[in-house]
Design a protein around this ligand. Structure first.
Ligand code: HEC
Length: 99
């Protein structure tokens, strides 16, 4: 019973982890830097010439990817509300170009 309660509590804590990220890019940060700082701990690290392989769509759309960055996922990926909209879009295009 104790183990069960512990497990249930950790699951709750895990689910609650998906809160918005407080990450904020510095003024001159490139998309590559933003990606390395905010995304690569969960997604593939960027290596020039190697596809990132993040976006699953065969016909990806930068605005859709930017929206995903804004709202995050349901369980794990946080919402990146502090990345300004136009930089989310630039980052999304960079991801698509390197996907
Ligand atoms: C805490 C881990 C985590 C971080 C940090 C994170 N992601 Fe994710 N991301 C995920 C997971 C897990 C998924 C797949 C499940 C989902 O959609 O929620 C995902 C899905 C995505 C997708 C959708 C891929 C597709 O085509 O379905 C994109 C795009 C994406 N992430 C971009 C980013 C970008 C850009 C950043 C950094 C600004 C980032 N992620 C940071 C965990 C993370």
């Amino acid at each position: 019973m104790k183990t069960f309660l512990l497990l249930a509590t950790s699951l709750l804590v895990l689910a609650a982890c998906n809160k918005p990220s407080t990450y904020q890019p510095a003024a001159g940060d490139s998309s590559e830097t933003i990606y390395a700082d905010a995304c690569a701990r969960c997604h593939n690290p960027f290596q020039p010439g190697k596809p990132l392989g993040i976006v699953k769509s065969l016909n990806p759309n930068a605005q859709q990817v930017a929206n995903k960055i804004q709202v995050g996922g349901t369980m794990v990926m946080p919402a990146f509300e502090q990345i300004p909209a136009e930089r989310r879009l630039t980052l999304a295009q960079w991801i698509i170009d390197n996907n």
